[in-house]
Design a protein around this ligand. Structure first.
Ligand SMILES: [Zn+2]
Length: 269
């Protein structure tokens, strides 16, 4: 059985999105930059981030996921990830074996969190996609760019909470009031899976998990390894690779960036 934790090193930052788009799609790059620079359009940044996650992935990360997928395929695994993109699903990992406790751009909630309903963001993203696909032939035309951005704002504004009439936001940990209902069902599946690892041989791979949300992966993984004498742990991180003394016999720290490691070689489980 393999328990995998993906941490901060796997999170695609804003800067990475900009760098990647500059290489891959200049039209979108300019459109996104304009949204960043004009106050009236800044509310589009989350929806553009979601659009990026639906359609692009940085190359190194893609290779890392591919190699990890190869390593886990056919095995009894579970992945807990701090990421909020849709890459695990897109790269072929089994939905029922992954949980993203920090939320996802694939789901929406009331911005004020007034009720526990979680919706899919698919309809919104389809509308945005239609507008942005047209925008790919703008060739830097400023008036047209603004026109497209205005239409995007209108689409975003048309999505309202059906209970309070306020705006909707993506179902993310950094939302105004995060509704955890979005991931709780999978979390229950994870807990059940984890119970099944008791007294069984377990390989724990903690990849790129820093100290930002230690109670989600880092501390519970240590606890799991401490209580299961048949567990082994590999902690891979550029800076926070150190392992506790209590589990030092069965835990190995690897000082390197986990995405670099997984992207460069086929890691044999
Ligand atoms: Zn509401």
């Amino acid at each position: 059985m393999l328990l995998v934790g993906l941490g901060e090193e796997w999170i695609v930052t804003d800067a990475m999105i900009q760098e990647d788009l500059e290489k891959k799609n200049r039209d979108l790059y300019h459109l996104f930059q304009t949204a960043r620079n004009v106050a009236a359009f800044q509310k589009l940044i989350p929806v553009f981030t979601a659009y990026y996650f639906e359609n692009f992935i940085p190359e190194k990360l893609r290779r890392a996921y591919e190699n990890m997928h190869e390593m886990l395929e056919g095995k009894n695994y579970f992945i807990v990830s701090l990421t909020v993109d849709s890459y695990l699903e897109k790269m072929g990992f089994e939905k029922e074996r992954c949980v993203n406790p920090c939320g996802t751009y694939q789901k929406m909630q009331c911005y004020e969190g007034c009720h526990d309903g979680i919706l899919s963001s698919e309809a919104l993203m389809k509308e945005i996609e239609t507008l942005l696909t047209k925008a790919e032939a703008l060739e830097g035309d400023m008036a047209e760019t603004e026109n497209v951005l205005k239409q995007c704002v209108a689409v975003v504004d048309s999505y309202q909470c059906e209970h309070c009439g306020g705006k909707q936001s993506f179902n993310l940990l950094d939302a105004n009031k995060y509704r955890e209902e979005g991931y709780l069902e999978r979390w229950q599946m994870y807990m059940k899976w984890l119970q099944g690892t008791l007294n069984r041989e377990l390989c724990v791979i903690e990849a790129g998990v820093g100290v930002k949300h230690p109670s989600v992966i880092r501390w519970p993984f240590e606890k799991t390894v401490f209580y299961n004498q048949k567990a082994k742990m590999f902690r891979i991180h550029k800076m926070f690779y150190q392992v506790n003394e209590e589990i030092a016999e069965r835990a190995f720290g690897c000082k390197c960036h986990s995405v670099e490691l997984f992207s460069e070689r086929n890691v044999e489980a």
